[in-house]
Design a protein. Structure first.
Length: 349
């Protein structure tokens, strides 16, 4: 006797088994797809960087200056360390804001780097208040090098040391000018701090950079000038100017015989004048770590250290994590100095 319900059972079981297999197959495909997408992402971020054709290194200064020299030396050596091409991009103007903004607005992917002049940036903020872009819009890789200014005078003045310069200025309180790279620049503030600390008087004559100011010092139109070594040292070697002191915490390797202001008992002129390597805010930490490793390798390179000594730079030991604290300290210092020296915002325009 046939039992319809027993005959139908194998068919039902087969249908159920087939459906189950299809569900398991679909779930397996979905799971495989999930792993195919998710698993490679984490290791690929670091392993593939830098994979693009080149990295841009933005600076806020024109070609040919000391910072440009530093940038090009760094680009070559870091390019070798990363096995990647690094192209220097000059974006001068607006007291450094154009270059900084270019870098800050770039994609935070490690392919845009920026050399920040911490002193110039913090002085600009101290004088003119919060700007449209600041160092807070960037993450630090670490300090590259510092470039302290030096105090120079005309060689024809016969002045060979700071003591004689102070005596000369005090003997004729309203009779001398001093040159600066422009109102509101580090060169200007150093001149004002020098006057404040030594009790002398001299009228500032602001110029558009060292290239315009230094000839006026050589001719004697201005009696002193805080300048970068890259501009002044060739003139010193030619016998046109005398170098009296270094505005730094320690003597320069390129000028071992020239004392610091601190050694001479003059305070407030120990500016680190740090140039730091930075990236757009939000750049992945693993990429910053790769850049930091490359930067440290470059700084340890004797050829690099010798090359940047020529324009007056010395390798910095300020790390990425230490940079924000350094920036904060510079902001506090220059804010206090701008207020005590009564530097008005209009003076920086």
């Amino acid at each position: 006797m046939n039992h319809p319900h027993t005959a139908a059972a194998p068919h039902a079981r087969g249908h159920e088994t087939s459906a189950t297999r299809r569900r398991l197959l679909a779930a397996g495909c979905a799971l495989a797809a999930t792993f195919a997408v998710a698993v490679p992402i984490a290791p690929a971020v670091a392993a593939d960087y830098p994979a693009q054709a080149s990295i841009q290194l933005v600076i806020s200064f024109p070609p040919g200056g000391a910072t440009d020299v530093l940038a090009r030396e760094l680009a070559v050596k870091m390019g070798e360390a990363l096995n990647q091409s690094i192209v220097v991009v000059n974006r001068p103007g607006a007291a450094g804001l154009i270059g900084m903004q270019t870098a800050a607005r770039a994609a935070p992917d490690g392919y845009t780097l920026y050399i920040s002049s911490v002193g110039s940036s913090t002085i600009n903020e101290a004088i003119n208040g919060k700007q449209r872009v600041s160092l807070d819009d960037l993450d630090a890789v670490g300090g590259i090098a510092s470039a302290p200014h030096i105090l120079v005078v005309p060689s024809e003045s016969g002045i060979k040391d700071v003591k004689t310069l102070v005596e000369r200025l005090k003997a004729k309180p309203d009779g001398y000018n001093y040159a600066s790279m422009g109102a509101g620049t580090l060169s200007n503030l150093e001149g004002e701090i020098f006057k404040e600390q030594t009790g002398v008087k001299a009228l500032q004559i602001p110029y558009k950079g060292s290239s315009q100011a230094l000839p006026e010092v050589i001719t004697g139109s201005s009696i002193f000038f805080f300048d970068s070594p890259s501009s002044s040292l060739p003139q010193q070697k030619a016998g046109r100017i005398n170098v009296l002191a270094v505005a730094a915490a320690k003597r320069l390797n390129s000028l071992p015989e020239v004392p610091t202001f601190k050694e001479l008992g003059i305070k407030g002129l120990e500016s680190e004048n740090l140039f730091a390597l930075m990236v757009p805010k939000g750049t992945p930490p693993d990429r910053i770590a790769i850049l930091d490793k490359a930067l440290k390798k470059v700084q340890a390179d004797l050829a690099f250290r010798k090359a940047i000594e020529v324009p007056g730079f010395e390798v910095s030991d300020i790390s990425g994590p230490d940079t924000p604290r350094f920036v904060h300290d510079q902001r506090v210092f220059w804010k206090e100095k701008v207020e005590s020296l009564h530097i008005a915002p209009s003076a920086a325009q």
